[in-house]
Design a binder for this molecule. Structure first.
Ligand code: SF4
Length: 468
């Protein structure tokens, strides 16, 4: 069969500026495709166009919430031409029946154990409506269902098909080593989608794959330092010890970035994991700090991943110390903050930027978007606080989609735009770049920091210009 796998985008200029990383989902799906099929990939973030006149027989499309409308449009177009369309991705998890209206079949959950079943059923003319992998309730699905309750074990995965995309156009390759997150942050759908238990890829397979990557890559795991709930499990910590020791031994050694929680600093093995990660080439992390206030930590549920025993024990001083320790190991921090918790006020935007300035962390400050599949979305929907008249196009982090108790949407939008424009002025970008180079004297690291920040600046400028 001729198969095209599509990673949709609306504003490819914004996406290209802010996501210089090769997408993992399409390269993984292509790798899972058995021999005998012909696969092509379309990454719309980098401007690839969908060829509706092609002779492909099956289109597989990733659906993320902000791009759901775009993905459905592509799906409808293919179906109007008689093609088989399979939709999968995180948005489907929350709205499988909405997605089914635009697809021949919908995949809910991880693809590893579903994709070959789907392809066989297409060829046999026995396609079901839903293909589900994971311990989800399927009772309410209206249609035929294939259900495998167990999540994939992530062993013996094939090498991602990075060869199907022009690799040079991305700043970084991407890879994953684990799935699952035990943190249950209330604004995030990751724990419900991937489960609370961490599943690991075998170390030898990860190291072999990293050996094929270019000199700079990004690990898309939820936390490359492990998780606070698992600090007392020696086997869990050993996985990271062994992985980073082996990665440090690769020649040439590569630089890498990932997402990591600050909590690891608070326990002995965690510090060791961070040190080994730095030695293996880790030079930047995206850290979900979420809020600088106790109330924000409480409402977001982020206090768990920051290793506090309850939200009331959150201390900004501890957060600062942990940031400094990680930075001094030569790891740059991009701080992700969400503003719009009920007790936040206009000055919260500015105080958060001041915090980033003081700590010399790259500010990723966005107003809350309650994402479908998260606890906050369900809660706000019940409370009538979601602006349900807005389409999914507004869920990209640059629109206000919910009612805040004291701030109105225009005010939040304007404040967010101002804070980001100031946060990415050239003086601040250079100051942060120099600080990064002070902690790890490396031209590659400095250039990576500088160009990543320029990309963020361009992306934010485009986003807010488009909306204002
Ligand atoms: S925000 Fe990060 S730590 Fe929290 S649930 Fe999502 S992936 Fe896990």
């Amino acid at each position: 069969m001729k198969i095209t796998i599509i990673f949709p985008a609306r504003d490819f200029e914004v996406g290209k500026a802010m996501m210089p990383v090769m997408p993992l989902a399409p390269t993984l799906l292509a790798a899972l495709t058995p021999e005998g099929h012909e696969v092509s990939l379309v990454d719309m973030i980098y401007g690839d166009r969908v060829d509706y006149e092609s002779d492909c027989e099956l289109a597989a499309i990733t659906v993320r919430t902000p791009l759901a409308v775009a993905a459905y449009g592509i799906a409808d177009n293919f179906r109007a031409r008689g093609k088989t369309v399979i939709l999968g991705g995180p948005h489907i998890f929350a709205f499988p029946e909405e997605a089914k209206q635009h697809a021949s079949a919908v995949a809910i959950g991880e693809a590893e154990d579903l994709w070959t079943v789907i392809l066989k059923d297409v060829q046999a003319g026995q396609l079901k409506d839903y293909y589900v992998c994971g311990p989800y309730d399927t009772e309410s699905l209206n249609g035929s269902v294939y259900h495998q309750r167990q999540r994939p074990n992530l062993k013996n995965l094939p090498m991602m098909r990075r060869d199907l995309l022009p690799r040079d156009r991305y700043m970084m390759d991407s890879i994953f080593t684990t799935r699952g997150c035990p943190n249950h942050c209330r604004f995030c759908p990751v724990t419900p989608i991937f489960g609370p238990k961490i599943r690991h890829r075998p170390i030898n397979e990860v190291v072999e794959e990293v050996g094929t990557l270019r000199k700079h890559y990004f690990n898309v795991d939820d936390s490359v330092f492990g998780h606070p709930q698992l600090v007392d499990q020696p086997e869990e910590n050993k996985y990271y010890f062994d992985l980073y020791k082996q990665l440090a031994g690769l020649s040439p050694k590569r630089l890498w970035g990932g997402a990591g929680g600050l909590s690891a600093v608070n326990y002995k093995d965690g510090r060791k994991i961070i040190e080994l990660a730095a030695e293996s080439g880790l030079c930047s992390i995206a850290a979900g700090l979420e809020s600088i206030s106790v109330a924000g930590q409480k409402q977001s549920g982020a206090w768990r991943k920051l290793h506090f025993t309850s939200p009331d024990t959150f201390e900004i001083q501890n957060m600062k110390e942990n940031i400094r320790i990680i930075q001094e190991l030569g790891i740059e921090i991009m701080g992700f903050f969400v503003i719009g918790w009920d007790e936040d006020a206009p000055e919260t935007y500015w105080r958060t930027l001041e915090f980033c300035d003081e700590m010399k962390i790259i500010p990723f400050i966005l107003t809350l978007t309650p994402m479908p599949g998260s606890q906050i979305y369900d809660e706000y929907l019940k409370q009538g606080r979601i602006f349900t008249e807005l389409s999914w196009d507004h869920y990209g982090g640059d629109s206000i989609v919910f009612k805040h108790p004291t701030m109105d949407p225009e005010e939040m939008f304007e404040l967010n735009a101002q804070v980001l424009m100031q946060g990415y002025n050239m003086g601040r970008i250079l100051a942060r770049t120099f600080n990064t180079m002070k902690n790890r004297f490396s031209l590659s690291v400095g250039l990576n920091s500088f160009f990543t920040q320029l990309g963020m600046r361009k992306g934010f400028q485009e986003r807010y210009k488009r909306k204002s």
